[in-house]
Design a protein around this ligand. Structure first.
Ligand SMILES: Cc1cc2nc3c(=O)[nH]c(=O)nc-3n(C[C@H](O)[C@H](O)[C@H](O)COP(=O)(O)O)c2cc1C
Ligand code: SF4
Length: 351
């Protein structure tokens, strides 16, 4: 139970009696540790946040998660609308390959996606992936022409998403994918303006953000960026430098992954000094962990990934104190396995 050594046995009992006596108050408290009551779950997790002209109804974000349902099809529209109805403030639609915009993903077939999310009461952002139609490319393989073409792909994707009504755009710069590889000294083996020293390794991310920022601002949308704070060959100081320049370029929200709970140390907290809202993620579906991250000011917004696959109503159930009704994620990663098989993502807990 974690009582302090200084408490005598009868004092421990008193501690218990006091808590049970004020049981009605405890419904509004989260017990992170018996001696460390975090007050106001309601205030921390469910207070609104204003970012420019966008109102987040609470602090819970659905992070981007590829679910193989087709963001341009009724199955994809319903998946995201269902999650919006579950109470999240912001839905970030899954990594969507920039090369597919204009052909497969159009304004017309993304409008129902955005409308469904809005009707569920959430804001809608979308993660744009620097893709090559599933083919893996390394930074050193790209010609300068191809880099410029990639930036243009991002521009076209952004224009289509904004015309469809998205409230936010998020380049995918995390998890060892292409933009993250450009940032990593271990993975970026280029010897030109896009490789070598940190300034050059940040160039592609900054040029993409520079391209998207005025488009987002003109449409009244937010610009997010997803970044992994620590990965191959770099750590927090380099990531802070990138974040500082992104903020200078007008970034509105920094989405850090992985950044909390099971990441060694806390990786989001250092970024709170930059003056824009920070999203943190990683096994925050245990409400006490999410509340603790906000309480300790390690982030402004908490993303719940697999927890929302398991139970789209996670936010509503937490807010209504129906914790025992939550379909709890057990971190088995069977949902990831669906991705490997190219199947729609399902949760093993549903069966
Ligand atoms: C099925 C699945 C698909 C994912 N797809 C993406 C993605 O498209 N883009 C991304 O940045 N992260 C992706 N992630 C990572 C999540 O956004 C999140 O960072 C991760 O699951 C950790 O959060 P959690 O512990 O709350 O699940 C995916 C995760 C899962 C489980
Ligand atoms: S399949 Fe496993 S890891 Fe994925 S959401 Fe369900 S319980 Fe969680």
């Amino acid at each position: 139970m974690g009582f302090p050594a200084s408490l005598a046995d009868d004092e421990k009992l008193l501690f218990f009696v006091d808590l049970s006596h004020y049981g009605f108050i405890c419904t509004k408290l989260t017990l992170v540790d018996p001696l460390k009551l975090v007050p106001d779950m309601e205030q921390l997790l469910f207070s609104p946040l204003q970012v420019k002209n966008k109102t987040f109804r609470n602090r819970v974000v659905m992070p981007p998660m590829v679910v193989n349902r087709g963001i341009h099809t009724p199955a994809g529209w319903e998946w995201y609308a269902r999650h919006a109805r579950g109470g999240v403030a912001l839905v970030i639609v899954e990594a969507s390959d920039s090369i597919r915009f204009g052909t497969e993903y159009t304004v017309e077939n993304l409008i129902p996606l955005v409308e469904g999310i809005h009707q569920g009461g959430a804001l809608a952002a979308i993660q744009i992936f620097p893709g090559w139609r599933g083919q893996k490319v390394k930074p050193a393989q790209l010609s300068l022409d191809e880099i410029h073409k990639l930036i243009e792909q991002f521009r076209l994707a952004a224009e289509i998403c904004l015309a469809a009504g998205f409230d936010g755009l998020e380049p995918h710069g995390a998890h060892g994918f292409l933009l993250n590889q450009f940032f990593s000294p271990e993975q970026n083996l280029r010897a030109d303006a896009y490789g070598g020293p940190l300034d050059s390794r940040m160039r592609l991310a900054l040029e993409i953000v520079e391209t998207l920022q005025p488009l987002a601002a003109q449409a009244g949308a937010l610009l997010l960026y997803r970044h992994s704070p620590v990965r191959a060959g770099y750590g927090i100081p380099e990531s802070l430098e990138l974040a500082r320049l992104l903020v200078q370029q007008g970034l509105d929200i920094l989405d850090l992954s992985p950044s909390s709970h099971n990441a060694p140390g806390d990786r989001a907290a250092p970024f709170m000094q930059l003056g824009i809202p920070v999203i943190t993620v990683n096994e925050l579906d245990r409400p006490e962990r999410a509340v603790e991250a906000l309480h300790e000011k390690r982030a402004d917004l908490v993303a719940v990934g697999r927890g929302l696959i398991a139970d789209p109503d996670w936010p509503l159930k937490v807010q209504q104190n129906r914790l025992d009704e939550i379909v709890q994620c057990r971190y088995c990663d069977d949902c990831f396995a669906c991705l490997d098989r190219g199947e729609p993502v399902v949760c093993s807990e549903w069966i």
